[in-house]
Design a protein around this ligand. Structure first.
Ligand SMILES: O=P(O)(O)OC[C@H]1O[C@H](OP(=O)(O)OP(=O)(O)O)[C@H](O)[C@@H]1O
Ligand code: HPA
Length: 185
């Protein structure tokens, strides 16, 4: 489906900037410090969750200072819409996860169904320990289970439709260097 580029530009022009690039980078630096302390000796496999996890993973990984293997998983449940549906797997792990520590990196824990399913998948595949890191945790009471949190969180974000730093508006603005909220949502 094609989208009107003028509309895409208008969305950015009208959006509210919730966090600047500097604030996001400071949050990633704090996450990296925590992850370096927690996982330094665990020889983990680190997976980014495509597509949204691409930017945060790329920028977080260079701040991590220990040996690791890196790969990606691709699971999606929003598919360019503003609300989530059933989880659709596009790519699963290429490594054996048996006995391994796995770190999953994603852009956002919104309702948490995506991360919950990925953690379950990794455990079913034999991972000894599965940890999760998200740039954003959206504040609301609709989590997959009460009190759900990632092991490492960068920033808490209000309950609006968010884009930038990997998060998209209808497939666009993943490249935006800040965290933005859609006008009226
Ligand atoms: O916590 P949840 O409510 O499950 O939502 C979070 C997930 O939604 C987004 O992915 P999406 O399905 O939009 O695919 P994308 O990464 O390709 O944008 C985001 O990147 C997370 O993976
Ligand atoms: O607020 C959001 N924005 C973009 N993608 C998302 N996936 C889950 N929540 C969001």
């Amino acid at each position: 489906m094609s989208i009107d580029l003028e509309h895409v530009k208008q969305v950015m022009a009208e959006a509210d900037c919730l966090f600047s690039q500097e604030q996001v980078e400071a949050a990633m630096a704090s996450m990296a410090t925590e992850i370096n302390q927690a996982l330094g000796d665990s020889n983990p496999i680190v997976y980014s969750v495509m597509n949204g996890g691409l930017i945060i993973a790329g920028q977080l990984l260079t701040r991590l200072d220990f040996p690791m293997e890196v790969g990606y998983l691709h699971a999606t449940r929003y598919r360019n819409k503003l609300s989530g549906g059933e989880l659709f797997w596009k790519a699963k792990a290429e490594h054996s996860l048996v006995g391994r520590t796995v770190l999953i990196i994603d852009d956002i824990l919104d309702e948490g169904h995506t991360l919950a399913a990925i953690v379950e998948y990794c455990k079913d595949a034999g991972a000894e320990q599965v940890l999760t890191a998200v740039l954003l945790d959206k504040k609301h009471d609709r989590k997959a289970y009460p009190g759900m949190r990632a092991d490492f969180t960068g920033l808490e974000v209000e309950d609006r439709y968010i884009f930038g730093f990997g998060l998209d508006y209808k497939g666009y603005w993943r490249n935006a260097a800040g965290i933005f909220a859609l006008k009226g949502h």
